[in-house]
Write a protein that binds this ligand. Structure first.
Ligand code: GDP
Ligand code: MG
Length: 718
């Protein structure tokens, strides 16, 4: 067996079947992580084939290799820095023209490339014929037909890749992308300067480097400056001259000219290798699109799908939710029975089980939501949704693709912020991440139910709808403001791709769903656990003597407390033993660190009509928004069950008015997102500064809006 490990990188457009082929090759032997320094997913697998050890690396899906998005930079840097033995470019044969752009860029890079013409089944059903031998000859590289989801052609593909990898020293390329005379002249001139000045230190092949200099590629210029700091200025000067000459000559940016010419080269190839039989051109996708992206019925159908998605997420999710609640109640019961009364028991029941349970019950919703989204994505509908929303999103200075994360924000902001990964430009991604938290997530709903239900009676529904609407409007306004200040003119050019509809495969749906949920489970479990324990600790220390007395009075063991505010496991509120207990807890809270903090921060909340208990509830809501309700419950010494109107009457008795309730709801809608979301913002923007900015902006806005609502309301005499 050969000792050497061959590295094979898989590249290709998004949706070309990369993941499918990667899974077909590596099976279960894969390692998933992130590329160093960025949040783009990195997959690796080790396999043995024909006696060779192969390391398969799944590069991020990209349409080109210009340093335009993180994915493109990651893919290109990997090939430049790690020099894999072979790159397999997975090409959607039913969409040859689009795929060939990336392919020609690989060709220019002078790395060893094998083409996998995937989705041959689709191409055939559309009457597309591709002459592989001709394509192979024109681009001077091996071409293999595959059908990823049926595992066809995978062996041949690997065999061709191994053969190419072992094929001795780098063979000089016979076929290149040819540019027009003017460009070729500029390339030749720069190649000359490069070999004169950077002889021996030039990190990449000279022709390619020259092309990149013509395109003014910032990353390559940086790399050259690192490689030869002394001589690089002359090279840059020569590049500047060539660029301004070309710009003058073509009356356009040189990088636009090279792009155009590459497309010209590609359409030439297409003419040579592809034939389409007109007989079978009955394009099913196009007929479906006549309806789904129709100007009049497209939107209603879209809203129906979205409504159905949330409906399924919350109704179907409710069943497993009950089981999880029951399981946690059981756990709490067992812990309550086994542990002696006292601080440890409190920690386990109130701190750990209550906190983790609060999040765990959302798992089914999240799985279902992600399943629906995977269904939309894999079938090709998601692209249509983005297409439909494009016009509206342009109001915010974003395009339709940003709508998907915002939509998911109504469920939970964490996956929503993760979904912003699909956006190509970094500024679009950050802008989307900053406005998504104003989409009121499902965890805030219990707070609205308690406050609107308690203070607005029959009009509660309208009030809650108004709150959601306020969130949407403020996210659009914020988007507009940020677009014209922080992210000026950074609107990335974007062509809405409408991939053909496909029948989604169960296995790929489940993989997609699981891929996303796994991260959620792992990270959120940790964050929530620690956060809840901290809030619990703050509310329970220093110990208040009255509490011990109250505990000994009540012989009743601390019952399994509610897992989620909306569904209380607790017995009748009238139970005097429990009532004593609640009073004891309230007394403890008042004298705890949390209570002291509450009094310290009271001046901040007073102008908003919110008292110290409300203030604490809001502060502890940072851990998870549901905790706002349960904290209010503890502080007002009532059952935390929002359905029971005990809390509501306690709030009224404590002097809360409809106006201050409204102010508090506005604050909850807008103020800093929960801990898990903040962690997601930090992770996905890759910067603590954006995280701090988001926290500061949202909280200031919340305070201002609540102030205007409350003080304005007072002035108007409410
Ligand atoms: P990626 O974005 O490149 O990773 O694409 P995926 O591997 O997720 O594939 C996108 C969709 O295409 C999935 O639903 C696959 O099941 C499907 N798919 C992959 N290869 C083929 C193929 O050869 N033929 C057909 N008809 N579908 C395929
Ligand atoms: Mg994929």
């Amino acid at each position: 067996m050969a000792e050497r490990t061959l590295t094979i990188a898989l590249a290709g457009n998004p949706n070309s079947g990369k993941t499918t082929i990667f899974n077909a090759i590596t099976g279960t032997r894969q390692k998933v992580g992130n590329w160093p320094g960025v949040t783009v997913e990195k997959k690796e697998g080790l396999v043995v084939k024909n006696g060779y050890h192969l390391k398969i690396v799944d590069l991020p899906g990209t349409y080109s290799l210009t340093p335009f998005s993180i994915e493109e930079i990651v893919a290109r840097n990997y090939i430049l820095d790690e020099s894999p033995d072979v790159v397999i470019d997975i090409i959607d044969a039913s969409n040859l023209e689009r795929s060939l752009y990336l392919a020609t860029q690989f060709r220019e890079l002078d790395c060893k490339v094998v083409f996998a013409l995937n989705m041959m089944d689709l191409a055939q059903s559309r009457g597309i014929k591709i002459n592989a031998a001709k394509l192979s000859e024109l681009l001077d590289l091996p071409v293999v037909f595959t059908v990823g989801n049926k595992q066809k052609g995978i062996d041949e593909l690997l065999t061709a890749a191994i053969e190419l990898a072992l094929s001795g020293a780098k063979t000089p390329q016979k076929r290149k992308v040819r540019y027009s005379q003017e460009i070729e002249k500029a390339i030749a001139a720069l190649e000359q300067v490069l070999s004169d000045r950077l002889e021996g230190v030039l990190p990449y092949n000279a022709r390619w480097t020259a092309v990149k200099l013509i395109e003014d590629d910032a990353i390559i210029k940086e790399r050259l400056a690192e490689a030869a700091p002394a001589q690089v200025e002359t090279v840059f000067e020569a590049a500047r001259q060539q660029r301004s000459y070309l710009a003058d000559r073509f009356n356009d940016e040189p990088e636009i000219v090279t792009t155009d010419e590459r497309y010209g080269f590609i359409s030439g190839i297409i003419k040579e290798v592809m034939t389409t039989s007109t007989l079978q051109r009955v394009d099913i996708s196009r007929s479906i699109d006549m309806v789904l992206t129709n100007r009049f019925v497209g939107m209603p159908i879209f809203f129906f799908f979205i409504w159905a998605m949330f409906q399924v997420t919350f109704t179907v999710g409710a069943y497993p939710q009950q089981w999880i609640e029951a399981a946690f109640a059981l756990l709490a019961g067992a812990a309550g029975y086994l542990l002696p009364d006292g601080i440890l028991k409190d920690l386990v029941l109130d701190g750990i089980l209550n906190g983790v349970g609060t999040v765990a019950v959302f798992l089914p919703n999240i799985l279902i939501l992600f399943f629906c989204i995977a269904l939309f994505e894999d079938s090709g509908y998601m692209a249509r949704a983005a297409f439909l929303m494009d016009k509206i999103m342009h109001l915010v200075g974003l395009h339709g693709k940003s709508f998907i994360p915002m939509l998911m924000g109504f469920g939970c902001n964490v996956p929503a912020i993760m979904a912003a990964r699909t956006l190509e430009s970094k500024t679009d991604r950050i802008l989307t991440i900053l406005i998504t938290p104003f989409m009121s997530c499902s965890a805030k709903l219990p707070v609205y139910i308690v406050l609107a239900g308690g203070f607005f009676g029959a009009r509660a529904g309208t009030v809650i709808f108004g709150i959601y609407l306020t969130g949407i409007v403020l996210s659009i306004v914020t988007g507009r403001i940020f677009r014209s200040t922080l992210f000026k003119g950074a609107d990335a050019p974007f062509v809405m791709e409408l991939p053909p509809y496909r029948m989604p495969m169960a296995k790929s749906l489940i993989i997609h769903m699981w891929d996303r949920s796994r991260i959620f489970i792992k990270r959120m479990g940790g964050v929530i656990l620690i956060g809840s324990v901290i809030v619990w600790g703050l509310a329970n220390f220093p110990r208040y003597d009255g509490v011990q007395a109250a505990y000994t009075e009540s012989s009743q063991p601390a019952q399994a407390r509610l897992v989620r505010p909306a569904v209380a496991v607790e017995a009748q509120p009238a139970d005097p033993a429990q009532d004593t207990q609640r009073r004891a807890k309230a007394a403890q809270a008042r004298h705890s660190l949390l209570g002291r903090i509450g009094h310290a921060i009271e001046p901040v909340f007073e102008p908003l009509g919110i008292d110290w208990r409300g203030g604490i509830a809001l502060v502890s809501g940072f851990v998870a928004k549901e905790i706002v309700v349960s904290t209010l419950g503890v502080l007002y010494a009532v059952s935390d069950d929002p359905q029971a109107d005990a809390l509501q009457s306690a709030l009224r008795a404590a002097g809360m008015t409809p106006l201050s309730a409204l102010s508090m709801m506005m604050f909850v809608l807008l103020y800093l997102p929960c801990l898990a979301t903040v962690a997601a913002i930090r992770r996905e923007t890759g910067s603590v500064r954006w995280m701090l900015f988001s926290i500061t902006y949202s909280t200031s806005l919340a305070w201002l809006v609540a102030l205007v609502v409350y003080q304005g309301g007072l002035l108007l005499g409410f």
